[in-house]
Design a protein around this ligand. Structure first.
Ligand code: MSP
Length: 513
């Protein structure tokens, strides 16, 4: 069986990690963890993009060497992965020799094959975007949009990669592989882009303009264009590991789908004679409080600080529950707290507390066996479970994680309702044998329903699942899918006295932003 190979984009280290970076890692982690639970061998790569103009400029501003600057900032990205419980197998930095060597080798190979040529180029250059602009990039009044920063006209000799020669091949490839881009409508955007003739890709930057990059192996007066360098990370990290390439999934933001990942990357690989990745998953962007996130205006969420304050799983849960994969979403503390209170604390947290409390009060702290035959209420809950589980799995297969979570928490709500209807606290007052049997059944049913509900959650909330398993005395065994069957593995399990899973956060009114 081929290893399921999944990657995130590699982040620029010109600034600290932000919520967008955190989301992409968590989303990719959820997919990776889900695939592992389903029995796949998974290899998960993330990392940082350290070359290019932006990094060179940021290092200069700080007055330190680019390498020292990268060493420092990349550490923050690595720390974020650890903090957010990201289960990556590797973390690549584009300044590592293992990466630089592969980039240089592929460039030399393409140069030797005549896929790269030198030519004079005159054009308008945006330093901020590190790209030459075209007339179609201009505003209607002829000026350049603000996102390009300062634009200057320059003439220089550069090396070009024969992108155009592969245009027809790529169009056909996209037509033959209509699941190449997820969501599907984004594949159409790629084809629309390809409806216009492609230009060959300028893959070099003269040394005098940019020092901080991988030198071209065939001309040391130039360094490699940052995208040609960065994209190769997906391959350079695993080239020496058999059975991994091609990637099954590149998880990226919508801004870097066209042209880098959907056009440059497949063509680069094709020209090198390497297999093409199976799927590009383009996610949407987060705004914060309705506007673009920006450190300078303070409209910014530091994912590390946020996780410290509200919990890693709460942050992971919120991002996955709130955003429909592929679409944009807004992050606000208010909305976070609404979900935190209603779904985590008052729904799941409440079910955990009730279960512990009642098993302690009425059964001496050990989960009893269900002794009464299932009545309507138990049958209903069990039927709902099967439906919930099956839908959950199908939704996750289709990356509809936000709906999958809604279903899982819907089952928690139904279990809380079951508890209210069975009212173990009333049964506990009765000495009747039938009531005692019903009481034992109610306790066993709620404990099992809780175990099953949290067994849906480890891809999104790994720590919470572990914690709940701990307090209900459950030692998971066997394949995940089998653990999702209604059974009675908790009979006799010793439960904890109490548990605080989701401590009370600040009230929304008191919370800023
Ligand atoms: N270095 C390139 C990627 C090279 S991949 C071979 C880059 N870096 S980035 O730091 O600007 O962005 C990294 C990822 O974060 C991208 O996938 C981008 O879409 C994502 N996000 C950046 N801001 C974001 C939001 N506001 N919301 C969600 N994701 C966002 O591009």
């Amino acid at each position: 069986m081929k290893t399921f190979y999944i990657t995130t984009a590699i982040d620029y280290v010109n600034g600290s990690p932000h919520l967008g970076h955190a989301y992409e890692k968590v989303l990719t982690d959820v997919i990776a963890r889900f695939r592992r639970l389903m029995g796949d061998e998974v290899y998960f790569l993330t990392g940082v993009d350290e070359h290019g103009q932006k990094v060179q400029q940021s290092a200069k501003k700080r007055g330190i060497e680019p390498q020292a600057f990268c060493d420092e900032v990349s550490q923050e990205f690595r720390a974020m992965c650890v903090k957010l419980n990201i289960s990556n197998n590797d973390f690549i930095r584009t300044t590592e020799p293992r990466h630089k060597n592969v980039v240089a080798r592929l460039l030399q190979q393409l140069f030797d094959k005549g896929e790269i040529y030198k030519a004079e180029y005159q054009g308008f250059y945006s330093t901020r975007q590190e790209q030459f602009l075209q007339d179609k990039d201009r505003n209607p009044d002829g000026s350049w949009p603000e996102i390009f920063g300062e634009v200057t006209q320059i003439t220089e000799s550069n090396y070009f990669f024969k992108l155009k020669a592969y245009q027809d091949w790529l169009v056909q490839y996209l037509k033959d592989n209509d699941g190449f881009v997820f969501p599907r409508y984004r594949q159409k955007q790629v084809l629309e882009f390809l409806a216009e003739p492609l230009n060959d890709l300028c893959i070099s930057r003269p040394r005098e303009r940019l020092e901080w990059g991988i030198p071209l192996p065939f001309d040391v007066n130039y360094v490699t264009y940052v995208w040609f360098d960065a994209l190769v990370n997906y391959y350079s990290a695993v080239e020496d590991k058999p059975g991994i390439w091609p990637a099954d999934f590149h998880v990226i933001g919508k801004d870097i789908l066209v042209p880098p990942h959907a056009v440059y990357w497949p063509i680069m690989l094709k020209a090198c004679g390497l297999p093409i990745p199976k799927t590009l998953l383009a996610h949407g962007w987060w705004s914060i409080n309705g506007s673009k996130m920006s450190k300078s205006t303070g409209n910014f969420v530091d994912p590390m600080g946020f996780a410290d304050q509200y919990g890693v799983d709460a942050l992971r849960f919120f991002m996955i529950r709130e955003m429909s994969v592929g679409q944009d979403s807004d992050f606000s503390l208010n909305q976070f707290l609404v979900r935190y209170n209603s779904e985590l604390a008052n729904n799941l947290g409440n079910l955990v507390n009730r279960t512990l409390n009642m098993v302690n009060r009425f059964a001496g702290g050990a989960v009893p066996a269900a002794v009464a035959a299932d009545a309507e209420l138990e049958t209903e809950l069990k039927t709902l479970w099967v439906k919930t589980r099956d839908e959950f799995l199908t939704l996750c297969e289709g990356f509809q994680f936000h709906v999958a979570l809604e279903r899982a928490f819907g089952f928690v709500t139904a279990t809380n309702r079951y508890v209210e209807q069975r009212a173990p606290w009333k049964l506990g007052k009765s000495a009747e044998t039938a009531d005692q049997a019903l009481l034992a059944t109610a306790l066993a049913t709620m404990a099992e329903a809780l175990r099953l509900a949290v067994t849906l959650l480890p891809a999104v909330m790994p720590e919470t699942t572990e914690k709940v398993y701990g307090v209900i005395g459950y030692t998971p065994a066997g394949a995940w899918r089998e653990r999702l069957d209604w059974a009675a593995p908790l009979t006799g399990a010793k439960v904890a006295e109490t548990a605080i899973l989701f401590p009370r956060p600040q009230a929304p009114e008191a919370a800023k932003g």
